[in-house]
Design a binder for this molecule. Sequence first.
Ligand code: AP5
Ligand code: ZN
Length: 217
Amino acid sequence: MRLILVGPPGAGKGTQAPKIKEKYGIAHLATGDMLRSQVARQTELGKEAKKIMDQGNLVSDEIVVGMIKDELLNNPECKNGFILDGFPRTVVQAEKLDALLAEMKLELNTVVELQVDDELLVRRITGRLVHPASGRSYHVEFNPPKVPMTDDVTGEPLVQRSDDNADALRKRLVNYHEQTAPVVDYYKGKNKWSPIAAAQAPEKVWEQIEAALKKVE
Ligand code: AP5
Ligand code: ZN
């Protein structure tokens, strides 16, 4: 199974991806998580990316395409397939991905679009808590950890992402509508589109994703 998971900030990409990963035994490649790992390790790339991410803007196509290419070519977990979470986010990234997959003689099964109206996203984003090392996310109200501020799996502390504030979120939403919505149209045109009504409880969203993926297995 090879799929793209696309949707605005807070749509639930990071919440649903681990379920898909577990069901199909495939890799979960999230460019946002990869960039945050560079920021945490204070690499040169991380220092540069942090400024851009904290403003809610997009990191250059060149950097993210390079990261994904490296994973697809070298990560053994990708052998069975992969979920691309947060990539491609521009039409240029989508075209570069197509070229790479063609070279590798691989085809995408589908593009799962998580559809949620902007108004709902503000609450989801401002209440989110994350476990930095794994990328697992929780919500103070909608998906609380068993122990407050603590990751269920490792017992390590949870934090708020530095781009989860009202200003950065506004910019992320504008960028989504301007730059990423055309990516959805791009794949609709290629007949690879599975829309999901994602303004529902996580279990309801998962049921729809499972059904949509069954059709394209
Ligand atoms: P990225 O990390 O990809 O952030 P994003 O796209 O803004 O998406 P989020 O991670 O905020 O949302 P999500 O859909 O994963 O939501 P989640 O499941 O956590 O990118 C961050 C930055 O990195 C970008 O702004 C950019 O600077 C850079 N970047 C990354 N990729 C790039 C690329 N390809 N090109 C250029 N730059 C790139 O859920 C959110 C909250 O809601 C959680 O608290 C969760 O518990 C809760 N929740 C989830 N589902 C539900 C539900 N059904 N009901 C109620 N609550 C729910
Ligand atoms: Zn995410």
